[in-house]
Ligand binder design. Structure first.
Ligand code: COA
Length: 532
């Protein structure tokens, strides 16, 4: 065993300040998560309960095995937009009858559970996760369909939701729809495209057009029950496979369906693993409030991997990127963690080599971000930083082992790409409240804009207004700063959630377990041309 040492001085002022800063950010985060939990607010929650219905999260809870965790995904979707935080949809991974499933549940207290552009992105992200990891999908349906005022943003791309359901089915991944209420028009295709369908008596409404639309279209007089009730679909149309007398009965039947799926994981459970030697609570004080101050990622690794046991690869070479091998909840992982922010040529080549090794050995990779990007300047350009950075990005892009990314601190510029940012399809990507991500730092970006404007004025022979420049810089800096923050990025679905650093090991363990539902194999030699 190679147990990591820790130099974290938990009694020192730096640790205490970092911890205070993190706790303040966590309090802000809790307030935003509370908004998602509150759904449409008290009035709509009361009305929903008054109708004898369960809330979306209560439905999820009854569906899951007792006392098992639910890894909620994208809870801050729609943050910073005109829509309610959470985007009227709950998604996440939970265990049903011992099977890890991807669960989605409309929140009918938010605008009737209608889907807005962020609900759509969230639903599609959930489908991607189900497909990549071969997780059965359980849809808990009660939705007003498309959010009509924003239909232009969702109608055309929204077709992918139904396409995904049948593609999952074609890939042998089971899909189950439980209909609790409205599921009309396009929404009717959720049960329509699912392998297994349960409908709740006198509650489910599954039809292409409701009574008013039918009256307009054909003049026929009808009612909800004869057009799309559970009784009709169970007895007459055959769209419902199972008739539930009430909501708990529907959830009980969903559990029975999953119990009979015969869905097996590709890899056995590795069994209990030794916890880290250091307290996970100390992760609160590792990242300084000011990201310009470097921190040693080994302090993080020591608090998330099994027994704090880490075998470092090339520890003396390219030292601003730490690479090495560990297990996390019993699953082998290769870790790449930024140490001092900047990535130089050596770090890039070391990363490319390490990623190749992980692929040869079929070992998933974990990227711990704290980078300001690749090094700029004459010496580095002449030393080939472009081609070396490209090497690392090539390796990340073509690697086929599962990737996990955690944004601990900075994740700027092409460094975000090389470290497997969102566009590089990590299986899961989470951010800490301390993270910041953008094309570059706010000050640098504002400074670059100012230099460009000054040069442009000079080229045209115009005087430059220094006062206006200072005001513009301040404004740009503030805008970029706010757009770099994790809640903003999470709102736009650029991560799968912002997590408490103390939960990192648990969250990654849940992800690794989900990942090992599907078989994977590293790429052997199939990278693009490496520029040497
Ligand atoms: N788009 C935008 N807003 C919607 C909506 C939709 N598809 N469905 C409901 N809402 C809004 C309502 O206007 C209402 O807003 P308000 O409280 O500010 O007045 C709120 O959501 C709650 O709707 P309400 O009708 O009071 O809730 P309900 O639980 O009694 O009924 C539905 C829910 C979904 C059955 C009903 O709202 C409905 O039929 N909506 C239209 C469904 C539809 O035709 N969708 C198009 C499918 S593509």
């Amino acid at each position: 065993m190679t147990v990591l040492d820790s130099a974290l001085d938990t009694a020192g002022p730096e640790y205490r300040a970092a911890r205070e800063a993190m706790l303040a950010k966590l309090a802000d985060l809790d307030a935003e998560h509370a908004k998602a939990l509150a759904g449409g607010g008290e009035k709509y929650v009361e009305r929903h309960r008054g109708r004898g219905k369960l809330l979306a999260r209560e439905r999820v809870e009854l569906l899951l095995d007792p006392d098992t965790p639910f890894l909620e995904l994208s809870p801050l979707a729609a943050w910073g937009s005109e829509y309610t935080v959470g985007a009227s949809l709950v998604t996440g991974i939970g265990v049903v009858e011992g099977v890890e499933c991807l669960i989605t549940a409309n929140d009918p207290t938010v605008r009737g559970g209608a889907s807005n552009p962020w609900s759509l992105r969230k639903a599609l992200r959930a489908n991607d996760i189900a497909l990549a990891n071969r997780l059965p999908v359980i849809s808990l349906v009660e939705s007003g369909g498309a959010d009509l005022p924003s239909q232009k943003e969702i109608f055309i791309p929204g077709g992918a939701v139904f396409r995904d359901l049948t593609r999952l089915s074609a890939a042998g991944i089971p899909t189950v729809a439980v209909v609790f209420g409205n599921s009309t028009a396009g929404g009717a295709y959720v049960p329509g495209m699912s392998d297994h369908v349960i409908m709740v008596k006198e509650r489910a409404k599954v039809f292409l057009g409701g009574p008013p639309l039918v009256k307009m279209a054909t003049g026929e007089e009808s009612d909800d029950e004869s057009l799309g009730g559970a009784g009709m679909h169970a007895r007459v149309s055959g769209l419902a496979d199972h008739f539930a007398v009430d909501e708990p009965d529907a959830l009980r039947q969903a559990r029975r369906i999953v119990a009979r799926l015969n869905h097996r994981k590709a890899y056995p459970d590795p069994g209990p693993a030794a916890p880290p030697e250091y307290d996970e609570d100390e992760l609160l004080g590792v990242v300084p409030g000011d990201l310009k101050i470097p921190f040693d990622p080994r302090e993080v690794i020591a608090r998330i991997v099994d027994a704090s046991d880490f075998d470092e690869f090339k520890p003396l070479y390219g030292t601003s990127l730490t690479t090495g091998w560990a297990t996390l909840h019993g699953y082998p992982v290769g870790i790449l963690a930024n140490a001092r922010g900047v990535l130089f040529s050596e770090e890039s080549q070391k990363a490319a080599q390490f990623i190749q090794l992980a692929n040869q050995r079929d070992i998933p990779l974990l990227f711990l971000h704290n980078t300001t990007g690749y090094m700029v300047g004459r010496e580095y350009e002449q030393g080939g930083i472009v081609k070396h950075g490209a090497m690392m990005i090539n390796a990340v892009s073509n690697s086929r082992v599962p990737h996990l990314s955690v944004l601990m601190g900075a994740s700027y510029g092409a460094g975000h790409y090389g470290m497997c940012g969102r566009a590089y399809d990590p299986r899961f990507l989470f951010a800490w409240p301390s993270a910041k991500s953008a094309v570059m730092g706010p000050q640098q970006l504002a400074g670059v804009l100012s230099i460009v404007a000054r040069q442009s004025a000079a080229a045209k022979g115009r005087p430059y207004d220094d006062e206006a420049d200072a005001a513009l810089r301040a404004m740009v800096e503030q805008q970029i700063e706010s757009e770099s923050l994790p809640m903003f990025l999470s709102g736009r679905l650029y991560d799968d959630g912002v997590i408490d650093p103390r939960d990192t090991r648990t969250v990654l363990g849940l992800c690794l377990s989900a990942i090992h539902t599907a078989p994977y194999e590293g790429v052997r030699g199939g990278f693009g041309v490496f520029r040497m």
